[in-house]
Design a protein around this ligand. Structure first.
Ligand code: MV4
Length: 450
């Protein structure tokens, strides 16, 4: 059993993990950069260690500094949160060699899913439906032309080391393939030191549907339904909900079982997300994330489970506290991401919070590390809070979101709150009729953004 866990993260997700630790009777260690000495995660943890100067590369991403902090404090395990080192296979390999438990999947599974070609090959073998495309990598332009013609245009060329929209190029017709192929290749090389690319049929108006999975590392796994995360801007999610407005119980059970069986088949341990594009009633696998995601609270709300607690349990070698038959969807949950950004261009807006008041009441959860007088440093992500609402059905969740946004006060910096007030007035949002392009089109029309 762990008696002390180090959290290699900051902000709201660090608080989220500290809270789970406290409920389990586990001591928590915060790490922080010199820019975060006054941060809430430092205050809330049982202990804290300064691990370096403000830039992430010298602090939250510094493997030697984080391992030293573990050794100094006697923490037996590290929870990585999301971002930073959460999907860094070399980091996890080093922890395995230092006898520090990583609260997450194995280095091997992170490596497999981090390479998108290997991820796709693995999923295909495990019976997960994938986007039609090249079999593995496409080595040269000649092959790219041949493969694209076979698949049929439009196609999309993706860097195997990419993901989250980086190193991706659309070829609408045969005259675009040369440029798409070369650009995806050089972007992959420049950004990730890997120029391998693959090609897929381009789906023109899908939803982004992701399935939450969870494995015990011993061949048992469950799914916790889907989240619809189609409302994105520049590959950043802004509004997420569960269940998906377009997914019925039968569809959920079918794709959920496929995903749970797949991760059980590789003895996957901990939380994972299998991302799909969903169009015309069909699921197409695109990527798997081997971490706890920002939007995990909507799943926690509708299933009534604590995903961080389960992550800690399975990392300790315990069984999960529930099995598939024990859980079912209850109501509807929505999360909106509150960023310190100025509209209409979403420019980061760090600065001092002069007044903060979190909404409350039935079905409202505010995950944030803000407090009155806190100064948001300019070095990190602009996410300053997540407002999650839960209702008996989607209309109730929407009404509750509207009410909670009205109670929220964040003064001193600009935030994305006005965007959500405007979105709630839209018929398509009220009916759930949107796809991955809806938000960018809406922003262009309504905010004149590019
Ligand atoms: C696609 C696609 C259409 N067809 N793949 C973007 C991020 C990365 N996770 C995958 N992405 C896409 N892959 C095929 N074959 C469209 C996107 C895409 C997208 C996906 C999810 C959410 C928002 C998106 C916005 C633009 C493009």
């Amino acid at each position: 059993m762990f008696d002390k866990i180090l959290i290699a993260n900051r902000g709201e997700i660090a608080l989220r993990v500290i809270r789970a630790c406290r409920e389990m009777g586990i001591q928590s260690v915060a790490v922080h950069s010199t820019a975060d000495s006054d941060a809430m995660h430092v205050r809330m943890a049982d202990e804290s260690v300064c691990i370096g100067p403000p830039p992430s590369t010298d602090s939250y991403l510094s493997v030697p500094a984080i391992i030293s902090a573990c050794e100094i404090t006697g923490a037996q395990a590290i929870h990585p949160g999301y971002g930073f080192l959460s999907e860094n296979a070399s980091f996890v390999q080093i922890l395995e060699d230092h006898d520090i438990k990583f609260i997450g999947p194995t280095a091997e599974h992170i490596r497999i899913m981090g390479d998108k070609i290997t991820a796709k090959e693995t999923m295909l073998k495990l019976g997960v439906p994938c986007v039609p495309g090249s079999e593995g990598g496409v080595p040269d332009l000649e092959t790219a032309k041949k493969v694209a013609a076979e698949i049929g245009y439009p196609v999309i060329v993706k860097a195997t080391a990419g993901g989250g929209g980086r190193g991706m190029k659309l070829a609408k017709t045969a005259k675009d393939i040369e440029s798409a192929f070369q650009t995806a290749r050089s972007e992959g090389k420049a950004a990730f030191g890997n120029d391998e690319v693959y090609i897929e049929k381009y789906l023109t108006r899908p939803r982004h549907i992701e399935i939450q999975v969870f494995g015990d590392g011993k061949g048992k796994a469950v799914h916790l339904g889907e989240r619809d995360c189609s409302l994105q801007r520049r590959h950043q999610k802004v509004f997420e909900e569960a269940p998906g407005p377009a997914i019925d119980a039968e569809t959920r059970a079918r794709i959920g079982k496929i995903c749970a069986d797949a991760v059980a088949g590789i003895n996957y341990i901990g939380a994972g997300t299998i991302e799909f594009l969903y169009e015309d009633g069909e699921f197409y696998f695109i990527e798997m994330n081997t971490r706890l995601q920002v939007e995990h609270p909507v799943t926690e709300a509708i299933f009534g489970v604590d995903l961080v607690r389960e992550q800690i349990r399975v990392a300790e070698g315990l069984d999960m506290s529930f099995s598939q038959e024990d859980i079912e969807v209850n109501g509807h949950a929505i999360e909106v991401r509150i960023n310190a950004e100025k509209l209409p261009d979403f420019r980061p807006c760090p600065g001092r919070i002069t007044q903060y008041h979190a909404p409350g009441g039935l079905g409202v959860r505010m995950d944030s590390a803000l407090y009155d007088g806190y100064s948001i440093p300019p070095y990190y992500d602009s996410l300053i809070g997540k407002l999650i609402v839960h209702g008996r059905d989607r209309p109730e969740a929407l009404a509750r979101l509207n009410r909670a946004l009205g109670e929220l006060i964040v003064d001193g910096v600009d935030t994305t709150v006005p965007l959500f007030n405007a979105l709630l007035a839209e018929k398509d949002i009220q009916t759930g009729d949107y796809n991955i392009h809806w938000l960018e089109k809406w922003l262009e029309t309504n905010l004149g953004a590019s």
